[in-house]
Every structure is written in C-alpha cells, then in structure tokens.
Write a protein that binds this ligand. Structure first.
Ligand code: DX5
Length: 237
C-alpha cells in the first residue's frame, strides 16, 4: 500500500516540533529535511543530539533526509538520534564512494532502514552495486534544497524504468507531490510519497491534505482483496 509522508523543512527545533505535532494522528512517518547550506544552498535545523531526547515524545516515526556534505562524519549522531530511517544522497559521496559501504552496515546493524537518494539527473544505475543493501531507493522529483518547487516530469520515466527492473524494491519520491502529480508517481510504481507544501499549506488543513493524497492511493493503488473481500463489498445496483 502506498504511503504518504509529510516532509518538514524547519529552521529551528521549535518549528520542527510544531510541524511534527501537526501530523500526529494523520501520518505514521514524518521526514526531516536536513540541509547544511553546502550540499544545498538552504540551511535548516540540524542537531541530531537534540533530537535524541525529544523524538521519544513524538507519535510518528522519523526519517532523516540528509542533504549534507560528508554524511559519514555525522552518521553516528544520526544513528543514535532516535530516527528509524536514514536517507543519504548518492551525490554527497562522489569522490568517496567507498564510504557508502561503510555507513550502510553501521545504519543497518543499528536496526535502522537505509535509503539512498538520487537527484533528478542522476541515473538509478549508479546504485546498482548497493541495491541489495538499500531498503528504499529515494528519487528526488525536484532539485534538493527547497519546498514548493515544480515537479520534474522526466523523473517519472526513471521511477517506472527502475520499478520495471526491481518491482520488489521500494521507491520513495519527494518534491512537488500534490493532487496533480500523486496519481502519476503511483501509476509508475512509487511506494512512498513525501510531500511538504501540499500538506502544510493546504487550505483545509493537514488532515484534509493527507486525506486528499490518500484518495489518490485508493484510486491508483487499491488494496488487493480476495473473493472474501469482494463478497463484503455491496454489489453495484
Ligand atoms: C527538498 C526536500 C523536499 C521538499 C518537499 O529538498 O527534500 O522534501 O521539502 O517539499 P514540496 O512537497 O513542497 O516539494
């Protein structure tokens, strides 16, 4: 079943805490967008030690999307921060690709899920040798750094091509997900949709926004039920 994850860009811990509390009860996961002002020009709250204490109070599981240079240098703090999934960018390892193998074992041995993100122009083939250890392939559908950007349609081809080759490997898409694009990414096989602006700036509020996106999930990825499932549904008259 396709999952919706609210994506949070926060400049302070208070803002982060507020945005997490707003989605509790509507989502099982929340994504923390962590930006260092170097890998991307934007800068966000970025303190895994502070998270360690506070995240225990939250009723959502956290995935940390590390848009930072040299993520291996802070991976231990993120592993110990209480997050359940760590997403690193392939592009932040260029020139140090040996480090991917190093940190994937650390993350998974700590019982966390490990995901590698690729930017719109990066082919999924770069992940080939790591795929068996990657839990989720994370495909950016905007250039990383900011919310509210326009969805990049060409990434649909990359998602579809990857899922044709690896139908069992989960794909998360992130960037420009809204009522116009949710159906498109689900139709090509996306398993997890991360959305920021559509959820946090929705006129009817967070719950309505997530419900609207889940409506696309029902439409494009209906739960598969056996005959007993059909037997319980009222026959169309
Ligand atoms: C961009 C972030 C995305 C972004 C999503 O660097 O990784 O998570 O915040 O925001 P929207 O859904 O507004 O594109």
């Amino acid at each position: 079943m396709v999952e919706i994850i609210p994506a949070i860009i926060a400049k302070s811990f208070d803002e982060l805490h507020e945005k997490i509390k707003q989605v509790e009860g509507f989502a099982d996961w929340a994504q923390l967008d962590i930006m260092d002002g170097k890998f991307v020009s934007n800068k966000t709250w970025n303190n895994p030690v502070e998270l360690k204490v506070e995240s225990k109070k939250w009723k959502v599981k956290i995935e940390a999307h590390l848009m930072i240079m040299e993520p291996w240098k802070s991976i231990n703090e993120w592993i110990e921060s209480g997050v359940k999934r760590i997403i690193v960018h392939y592009e932040s390892f260029i020139g140090h690709l040996d480090k991917i193998g190093e940190i994937v074992d650390k993350v998974k041995n700590a019982g966390l899920e490990f995901s590698v993100a690729i930017n719109p122009a990066t082919p999924w083939s770069v992940l080939g040798s790591y795929l068996d250890k990657i839990d989720i392939v994370f495909m950016m559908t905007v250039e990383p750094g900011f919310g509210g950007q326009k969805f990049i349609e060409t990434v649909l081809l990359k998602v579809g091509d990857f899922k044709n080759n690896f139908p069992e490997k989960r794909v998360e898409v992130d960037g420009g997900i809204n009522v116009e694009t949710a159906g498109k990414v689900i139709a090509v096989g996306a398993d997890i949709l991360a959305a920021g602006s559509f959820i946090y700036k929705h006129r009817q509020g967070i719950g309505a926004a997530i419900k609207e996106l889940k409506g696309f999930v029902q439409k494009f990825d209906p739960p598969v039920g056996g005959d007993e499932f059909l037997a319980t549904k009222p026959l169309p008259h």
